[in-house]
Design a protein around this ligand. Structure first.
Ligand code: 0A1
Ligand code: ZN
Length: 848
């Protein structure tokens, strides 16, 4: 395809960049950027190609001599200096350009958010700031001078000098341009410090807009905990005198790991009990950790090219997941991660957007910041750790840091450190990086003469461009239970490498019950026809918390799938929930996870995988009916749980009280089906924290009794942007599906719908696409509403428009009528004149 970049075409850059000095003279409509690059030619006779977009060149000179227009060629994507104009020895290139941050609505490069200047350079935003080889394998130390009449002027590295209206920063660590950052504005800092293991004092600052400083304490604590954890778990210390975080309201993603100057979406920094939910707190801690961990996995060791994105992202997600597991309840965190993996990554892998963790071509790299690169990338790292063991993993990581510090690396380098440190051959394992698709793993068992044999078969369905799949090397963690519930074989990791493979456990006095894929040891779909009785047995007896939850989940899923075809709820499931509700030995957070039913999209995914076309209305009805049945059946226990889980005293976001609130709200969701929303209304009136306030409001919306509460909520929170995002989100995602399209149309016309703000846009549109039956309404009104808004956003912010288009990725699952409607919508978008490269790549891939 035109404009496609291929992994196979990689060539090293023909110049080394030895030092970069930047000087910014800030002005909203016309910022001047002077750039001085010291470089050495590595390949005599090569032209110098510099990326650059939307720049107005003022001047260019080499070694102090101005270039004339015949020395270079400028195109919309960059500048090429002819070889004849270049010295053969090291030289200095100086340029000056003008840019307009004020008009930058795409939020890439230098832009403005509420009067504050900030930057976003990953993946290819630096080219909108100055002419530069904007590729991750070009690493250099940066010196930055900022001139602007603003109280706070920040960049990467350490501060070296400042005065009224100017500041200079020096970053000694060579870095690629995507890690460059600049922030300037009227900001206040919430400050603290950290002393590293070797005694270096690091100043910590969280910069926010005046008025927000009282919502930063949790983020600062999370940063300190992250710094300590990385020292203990990975032996990694911080390497500058200062670490700054800035919160911005307009941001396309969650946060960004710029060296020494992380920039965050304000929703992932600001938290107070009144404005943030338990889930927000957990996510803030995880993302603060994620960005901080990038300092070593991403910054000190970066990616050779953007195809290697999962080298930094998969590993860093794996690290942040391990961190959260250590800070909170490990098994609960693992279950939450698997729920998210299935909801986002399995869904992606089963549709037209499937791609490997390491793709081999792209048109727009921003379209590859996906669940596959991030979450599946993390699963692949987890499998490596399972294969080499905890000590082997630490050894491999030590080697990785020793061998590659300061380099831009590939997945091959990464696999090599595991091979070299463990002596194992991981060539077959590499398919996890290069192949798309979720393997299906089926299993049969046999018991004879004391020998129990498990036989596995693996098969990966075709994905776009990859019709045939090699067998994967997968760790399958298995335990065996005796019929009385005792564990007779503790967790054992079986290594499957063939398409079909058997493993025998000798010396068993009776046929055991297998617990397969413990802790979800490989990201596969386990196809095993376990009876409801066996699932209930595992839920009661398995020693592996993940598989206990998994047993309940598959019982619930199967029950719901059958109910969409008219079957009654399964007795084994209803009884198991009753036992769990009164099982006080189980942690509340764990019980909450079991009590919460699979979402409608998960049921649709499961129906499709089993060969049935999902009917969104039937799924919605079945899910509601099962909730009502559960509520009637267990009313007394649910009510007792609801009362018992009330958390006395002042709110804290810790895991234990958060788990109690989660269980309380899970019970409330069922009780609301039968109590006329009495409890939800009372909780809404009395709640002193956002977790319970929003939980109560959500239930009132589902019950159709929220109009007054929504008004109250709005009048209380109309000036707090992040809370108003929630107001949009809960209505769009939870309102009755039959009239959801009308509801979101009305919400979109509300003056508070500031659609140019990505958080607000995502709240309404993302909320609506999560309203499964509403979005997929049979008349296509949902698709049309959604398509209209993508088209409206695209000219301003193509990156967010493209990312949001993934709502359409499941269209091949549904009936012909819906398929036709979605295709028509996608074709309408694709044929729109002037469509961005981002959205046109997405629509082309979605259409297949
Ligand atoms: N590296 C960041 C993700 C990120 C990517 C692109 C962005 O552009 C808007 C912003 C952030 C991370 O993994 O957190
Ligand atoms: Zn990341």
């Amino acid at each position: 395809m035109d404009g496609t970049t291929y992994l196979a075409d990689y060539t090293p850059h023909p110049f080394s960049i030895d030092k970069v000095s930047l000087c910014f003279r800030l002005a909203p409509g016309a910022t001047r950027v002077q750039t001085r690059i010291e470089m050495t030619p590595l390949s005599p006779g090569a032209a110098l190609r510099l990326d650059g977009e939307q720049l107005r060149l003022i001047s260019a000179a080499i070694d102090g001599v101005a270039l004339t227009p015949s020395d270079y060629l400028i195109t919309p994507s960059g500048m090429t200096i002819h070889p004849a104009a270049l010295p053969e020895a090291p030289f200095t290139l100086e340029t000056e350009v003008e840019i307009a941050p004020e008009g930058n609505t795409a939020l890439e490069g230098l832009y403005m958010s509420n009067g504050m200047y900030c930057t976003q350079c990953e993946a290819e935003g630096f080219r909108k700031i100055t002419y530069y080889p904007d590729r991750p394998d070009v690493m250099a130390p940066f010196h930055v001078r900022i001139e602007g009449d603003l109280p706070v002027l920040l960049s990467n590295g350490n501060p070296v000098a400042s005065g009224p209206g100017w500041a200079e920063w020096d970053d000694p660590w060579p870095k690629p341009a995507y890690l460059f950052a600049l922030v300037a504005g009227d900001l206040v800092a919430h400050s603290g410090s950290f002393t590293t293991a070797s005694g270096r004092a690091v100043a910590l600052n969280i910069y926010v807009r005046p008025g927000d400083e009282d919502r930063c304490a949790f983020a600062l604590g999370a940063l300190q905990r992250s710094m300590k954890w990385d020292e203990e778990a990975y032996g990694r210390e911080y390497d500058l005198d200062i670490f700054n975080i800035v919160a911005v309201d307009d941001f396309n993603m969650g946060a960004m790991e710029n060296k020494g100057l992380n920039i965050f979406n304000s929703k992932l920094v600001l938290a107070s009990p009144e404005t943030a939910t338990d889930t927000d707190y957990e996510r803030i801690e995880a993302v603060i950790a994620h960005e901080y961990f990038h300092n070593w996995t991403g910054n000190r060791i970066t990616c050779r090219d953007w195809f290697q994105l999962c080298l930094k992202e998969g590993l860093t997600v794996f690290r942040d997941q391990s961190f959260t597991a250590d800070m909170r309840l490990g098994p609960v965190k693992r279950i939450e991660d698997v729920i998210a993996l299935r909801a986002r990554q399995f869904r992606e892998d089963q549709g037209p957007l499937a791609h490997p963790p390491r793709p081999d071509h792209y048109r727009e790299i921003n379209n590859f910041y996906t669940a596959t690169v991030y979450e599946k990338g993390a699963e692949v790292v987890g499998m490596l750790r399972t294969l080499v063991g905890d000590d082997g993993y630490r050894k491999a990581l030590d080697l990785y840091f020793d061998r590659h510090d300061g380099q831009a690396c590939t997945i091959e380098d990464w696999i090599a450190v595991f091979q070299d440190s463990s002596g194992r051959d991981l060539s077959q394992f590499k398919h996890w990086y290069t192949d798309a698709g979720t393997p299906r793993l089926s299993v049969t068992d046999d018991y004879a003469d004391g020998n129990y044999t498990l036989t596995f078969e693996q098969h990966t369905p075709p994905t776009p461009g990859q019709p045939l799949k090699a067998s994967r090397h997968m760790p399958i963690a298995v335990g065996l239970l005796s019929p009385n519930g005792d564990e007779v074989v503790p967790t054992t990791v079986l290594e499957m490498t063939e398409a079909r493979q058997s493993f025998t456990f000798p010396g068993l006095s009776s046929r055991p019950v297998p617990s397969i894929l413990r802790n979800f040891s490989a990201p596969v779909v386990l196809e095993r026809a376990a009876s409801p009785a066996e699932q209930a047995f595992l839920l009661a007896h398995d020693t592996d918390p993940f598989n206990r939850w998994e047993a309940a989940r598959s019982l619930a899923r199967q029950t719901l799938m059958d109910m969409t075809k008219g079957a009654p709820p399964k007795a084994e499931y209803l009884d198991a929930i009753g036992r769990l509700l009164t099982d006080d030995s189980a942690d509340p957070a764990f019980r909450a996870l079991i009590l919460r039913l699979p979402g409608e999209d998960e049921i649709a995914q499961a129906l499709h995988a089993s060969g049935t076309t999902p009917d969104p209305e039937a799924i919605h009805t079945a899910r509601g009916a099962l909730m009502t049945t559960l509520a009637h059946r267990h009313e007394a226990a649910l009510s007792a749980t609801y009362e018992a889980m009330a958390v006395p005293g002042a709110y804290t976001p810790d895991a234990a009280p958060a788990g109690r609130r989660a269980l309380r709200l899970a019970a409330l969701a069922l009780l609301t089906q039968i109590d006329g929303a009495r409890r939800a209304a009372a909780l809404f009136a009395s709640a002193d924290n956002m977790t319970e306030s929003l939980g109560a409001l959500s239930n009132l919306i589902t019950a159709g009794k929220a109009e007054d509460a929504l008004e109250q909520f709005r009048s209380r929170w109309q000036d707090v942007r992040l809370v108003m995002d929630k107001w949009f989100l809960v209505q769009a995602s939870l309102c009755p599906p039959e009239t959801a399209a009308e509801r979101v149309t009305a919400l979109a016309a509300d003056p508070a719908f500031e659609w140019k703000n990505p958080n607000r846009f995502r709240s309404l549109l993302g909320g609506f696409s999560a309203n499964h039956a509403g979005f997929h309404r049979a008349d296509g009104a949902g698709y049309r509403f959604y398509g209209d808004w993508l088209l409206r956003l695209d000219p301003l912010n193509p990156q967010t428009a493209a990312r949001m288009s993934t709502a359409f990725e499941t269209w091949p699952r549904y009936d012909k009528t819906r398929q036709t409607l979605v295709r028509a919508e996608l074709e309408r978008i694709a044929s729109t004149e002037g469509l961005s490269r981002d959205l046109s790549e997405m629509t082309a891939r979605l259409l297949g």
